[in-house]
Ligand binder design. Structure first.
Ligand code: GTP
Ligand code: MG
Length: 475
């Protein structure tokens, strides 16, 4: 797994802080030292590490105390924010031309994954935008290079422009662009040759291609496994070609992570995509914030939402929504909903996916929640079928009988029924599309989160209590 060592070491440095009520300058110095060593060992550029540690210290020592976070959590937040900034803050997309075609030129050293990435990018554009790309074979030095691109073209059913007899790459590219114009392709992706090191003839050839193609995007493909050296390569290409972005490949491998962490800071150019495998589908948009939380082991709120979404039985959701509309939602449905929550996995595991919760000692309290679910189920199963279907039947004497039957105190039965009614009100709001008050969780106001919530709205309200608990941590 990529980043494994780095991740472990940073987490360890931070874990020493989380248990403390008060953090001294010495604590921060110790943690900084650990983090510094971890980053250097992961092959992060020396100067980048130096700046990073300086910022962490400044922030951590100068910070006003925020009531909602304990000192350890504050330091984690600072490290997370700075790590994200180091990788670029927010996701960056491709430049798009006002007129078709948008031209993308792929450059990089030998074997970094240029040709494969041309295919991955074409595939992604076709999937996401129904694009009609043309690929141009600009690597003429190995006969196999053209065959490789043509094979990818055949697999994706995408046209490939190549000239086997021509030795002037700029000319090939120019001819290819004419074909793209004639065929009204909306994207052109140019594959180019790699060399073992940056050399003058390679650079000149790429400059010529740049001149004739006037690409909207010059993407430097960098093998994440090269570590520290990758940043020098990136600087070399950038100074000659003024690249627009970076694609980091082979992040599925056992990389120490140095390139991913320092290349943005060193070049000032954004990482746009990452390659996560050899298949043509293994290309992902780069999100600095998600990468940071992955490295810090803080989990990923979006992962949680996606998981919840997957596990949720869509058909059942529809039935429940129907019942809500008809106002016939009852205790049987209530228990079904509880089962759905439980199906997401053990609650403490689910909670660990929430940023900042992974090492939270209060996670232990969740066991109570789990027990509570059992109690609720016991109470519901002591109801008669008629009572389950019509909560209005539950007068005081019936409630006493249920309390005895379930072995739970009457106050708990009353509380549960009250909560049920509150939940029902909330659900009715949600089915009417009212999402106010659901933005309590970090990341919850992102468009993606909202979309996920809309699809699984009913379930989330069931977690209201749990959310309140989390809110206390993050607000
Ligand atoms: N695991 C993994 N392998 C990759 C990834 N991207 C490319 N590869 C592999 O890396 C090797 C080289 O890929 P190519 O696309 O041929 O690289 P290139 O930069 O075009 O190489 P040259 O044309 O020789 O300069 C191939 O075996 C690819 O399958 C990735 O994201 N993950
Ligand atoms: Mg190639």
């Amino acid at each position: 797994m990529a980043f494994e060592n780095l991740s472990e070491r940073i987490q360890k440095a931070l874990r020493n802080l989380t248990g403390k009520g008060k953090i001294s300058e010495e604590d921060i110095n110790n943690a900084s030292r650990e983090i510094r060593l971890a980053l250097l060992e992961a092959d992060v550029n020396f100067k980048v590490v130096k700046d990073f540690i300086k910022k962490i210290k400044e922030e951590a020592l100068g910070k006003e105390v925020q009531e909602s976070l304990n000192p350890g959590q504050q330091v984690i937040k600072i490290v997370n924010d700075e790590l994200t900034k180091m990788m670029g803050e927010s996701a960056v997309g491709l430049n798009k031309s006002k007129h078709i075609p948008t031209i993308i030129m792929m450059v990089g050293l030998q074997g970094t994954g240029k040709t494969t990435t041309v295919g991955k990018l074409a595939n992604r554009l076709m999937q996401k935008e129904k694009a009609r790309p043309l690929l141009i074979a600009g690597d003429i030095y190995r006969p196999a290079a053209i065959d490789q691109l043509e094979q990818i073209g055949t697999e994706l059913k995408v046209p490939v422009y190549s000239e086997k007899e021509q030795s002037n790459v700029a000319q090939i590219v120019q001819n290819g662009l004419k074909q793209a114009e004639a065929n009204k392709n909306d994207y052109v992706i140019i594959d180019t040759a790699g060399r073992l090191e940056i050399d003058e003839p390679l650079m000149e050839e790429l400059e010529q291609v740049k001149k004739v193609a006037e690409p909207d995007n010059i993407l430097l493909v960098v093998d994440a496994m090269t570590g520290q050296a990758a940043t020098d390569v990136a600087k070399g290409f950038d100074s000659r070609l003024d690249i627009t972005g970076i694609i980091l490949t082979k992040l599925d491998g056992d990389t120490r992570g140095g390139a991913a962490l320092s290349i943005r800071a060193v070049t000032g150019k954004p990482i746009i995509f990452t390659g996560q495998g050899e298949k043509l589908t293994d290309l992902e948009q780069f999100h600095p914030d998600r990468m940071a939380s992955r490295i810090l082991g803080m989990g990923d709120m979006l992962t949680l939402i996606e998981k919840a979404q997957q596990d949720y039985d869509a058909k059942k959701a529809e039935q429940v929504a129907e019942k809500m509309k008809e106002n016939t939602f009852d205790f049987n449905d209530f228990v079904d909903q509880l089962d759905q929550v439980e199906k997401m996995g053990p609650l403490d595991q689910v909670m660990k996916m929430i940023p900042g919760m992974a090492n939270n000692p209060q996670l232990k309290n969740l066991n109570i929640d789990k027990k509570q679910i059992l109690h609720v189920k016991a109470i519901v199963s002591s109801m008669t079928p008629a009572e389950r279907e019509d909560p209005e039947l539950l007068n005081p004497s019936r409630r006493r009988r249920i309390a005895t039957g379930s072995g739970r105190p009457v106050v708990e039965v009353n509380r549960m029924i009250k909560q049920f009614k509150q939940a029902r009100d909330m659900m009715s709001k949600i089915t009417k599309g009212n999402f106010k008050g659901m933005g309590n969780l970090p990341g919850m106001d992102s468009p993606m989160a909202k979309m996920a919530m809309r699809r699984m709205g009913k379930k989330f309200k069931k977690n209201k209590k749990k959310r309140m608990k989390i809110k206390r941590y993050h607000s």
